[in-house]
Ligand binder design. Structure first.
Ligand code: BG6
Length: 472
């Protein structure tokens, strides 16, 4: 049985939904300079905003104007919680400004008040792929320690302003995605632009370290401001299985888990695990972990683990070396699983495995803050989208989380499906990769008036919440 106050709800992010990219004093964010991509076509980072390019985050789904209508629809489904992010650039347009932008702060006052009107608890991410672009240009993002202070200033302003409206916070969304070192992940997570001659892997570890320190300082600040605030990390969790029971594959999967999830160890345990320090030593990296950083990490351990879950991976060993270092190139198709149209392998039991993995290590409360199915939806002749495939995906994943509570005894606070309303895809910039219970009339081609309508899954999720997950 799930707890009585289980937080059922859904999650979005500011940059994928709000639009209004330059309204009321908002500055340019890193996602504002990423173009639209496609299924199998990566987004491009441009040098500033280039006329003629298509930037889907400039429009989002017009949530900035439609939020009242959307929250009312979430309330109709019975949401107890709603996760979104605060666009850093609405509060500090450049990131290094002295004073916050009052108009930006007021928008989130209105949004959180609207949630409370229906008894919905806002759950907030501070940095969800939307760092100020100015920080990228002037400081190269989190490669520069000064960004630690900028982030903490932003976090403090938010904690002070919203402490009576928001209890659950997260610092950096999917901080560990950057373990797959590429330009898209580095700009989304740390506002980092790779330059010629850089060692991308070193740059990633350096920047991630500064984010981990910034996160720990934010946790500390939140507790000083109001001891009731709960601050979590946010991990993009997709468990890695060995492709076979060949011990080489098993070690290779362990190597991938080490590299992809050491971030969670630092957040929750307050120090780096030995395997990653050994790796830094092996690679001859200069020591960027200052003695005072160690103290900060120790003092800023998170209160709970939030994570997203979409799929699992299978890892196959190819090289015969002893370090079993993750390269991102060892993943193979898991023949036991089906995949979405974007190749994301569907694995409900993997969610139970991941919940256990966290629980066994950290014994902290957890919240699933993203889980959902991106699909091409078709509008039926009756004008309604029959998205049974989405219902099937969610049903099996909710069953798996219930089993993790029942059999492994995990402490689960809530489930925020991704995303209750169609929004812009983070990886591809598409509109046509849809996750919602609510359809938004907008396409990759920029057609449609942004009007909202309910899909079949809307009514299904309403019933799930009504029965606290007893009837799926
Ligand atoms: C997570 C992100 O990676 O997955 C979200 O936190 C993102 O921002 C979600 O939207 C789904 O990914 P995508 O690329 O299908 O939008």
């Amino acid at each position: 049985m799930l707890r009585k106050d289980f937080l059922w709800g859904g999650a979005i992010a500011a940059h994928q939904a709000e639009g209004a990219w330059d309204t009321d004093g908002k500055g340019v964010s890193c996602s504002d300079v990423e173009t639209i991509g496609g299924n199998g076509i990566p987004r491009r980072l441009t040098d500033g905003i280039v006329p003629g390019e298509v930037y889907p985050n400039h429009e989002g789904i017009h949530f900035y104007e439609h939020y009242k209508e959307d929250i009312a629809l979430f309330a109709e489904m019975g949401f107890k919680g709603f996760r979104t992010s605060i666009a850093w650039t609405r509060i500090f347009p450049n990131g290094d400004d002295d004073k916050p932008n009052e108009a930006g702060l007021q928008f989130y006052d209105r949004l959180f008040d609207e949630c409370h009107k229906y008894g919905i608890e806002p759950i907030v991410t501070l940095s969800h792929f939307e760092m100020p672009y100015h920080l990228a240009k002037k400081y190269n993002g989190f490669t520069d320690r000064r960004c630690i202070d900028f982030f903490v200033r932003f976090a403090r302003v938010c904690f002070e302003r919203y402490q009576t409206k928001v209890k659950y916070w997260m610092t950096f969304n999917e901080i560990n995605n950057q373990a797959d070192v590429n330009q898209h992940n580095l700009i989304q997570e740390g506002a980092v632009i790779l330059r010629e001659g850089d060692d991308p892997e070193y740059i990633m570890y350096l920047s991630a370290h500064h984010e981990l320190v910034a996160s720990a300082l934010a946790v500390k600040a939140a507790h000083e401001i109001n001891p009731d605030l709960m601050v979590g990390c946010m991990i993009g969790m997709n468990g890695v299985y060995p492709a076979t029971c060949d011990p080489q594959d098993v070690m290779n999967a362990l190597g991938a888990m080490h590299q992809k999830y050491y971030f969670a160890e630092v957040h929750a345990r307050g120090h780096y695990p030995k395997h990653i320090l050994k790796k830094f030593e092996r690679k001859g990296y200069p020591d960027f972990i200052l003695p005072e950083d160690k103290e900060i990490l120790e003092q800023g351990k998170v209160d709970y683990i939030a994570f997203s879950y979409y799929m699992s991976y299978a890892s196959s060993h190819k090289r015969g070396n002893k370090d079993f270092d993750y390269t991102g190139e060892d993943f193979v198709r898991n023949t036991y699983l089906k995949a979405s149209d974007w190749g994301w392998q569907i694995d409900p039991l993997g969610l139970r495995w991941c919940l256990s993995w966290f629980h066994d290590r950290f014994e902290l409360p957890m919240m699933i803050v993203e889980n959902g199915f991106g699909a091409y939806d078709k509008i039926g002749e009756d004008g309604v989208i029959d998205d049974q495939y989405r219902i099937d995906y969610l049903k099996e994943h909710i069953q798996a989380l219930k089993d993790a509570v029942e059999y492994e005894g995990v402490d689960l606070l809530g489930y925020m499906m991704w995303s209750p309303i169609d929004i812009v895809s983070a990886s591809t910039g598409e509109y046509d990769k849809r996750y919602g219970f609510i359809h938004v009339n907008r396409t990759n081609e920029g057609e449609g008036d942004f009007s909202r309508s309910k899909k079949k899954s809307f009514h299904w999720y309403k019933h799930v919440i009504e029965t606290n997950g007893e009837e799926l």
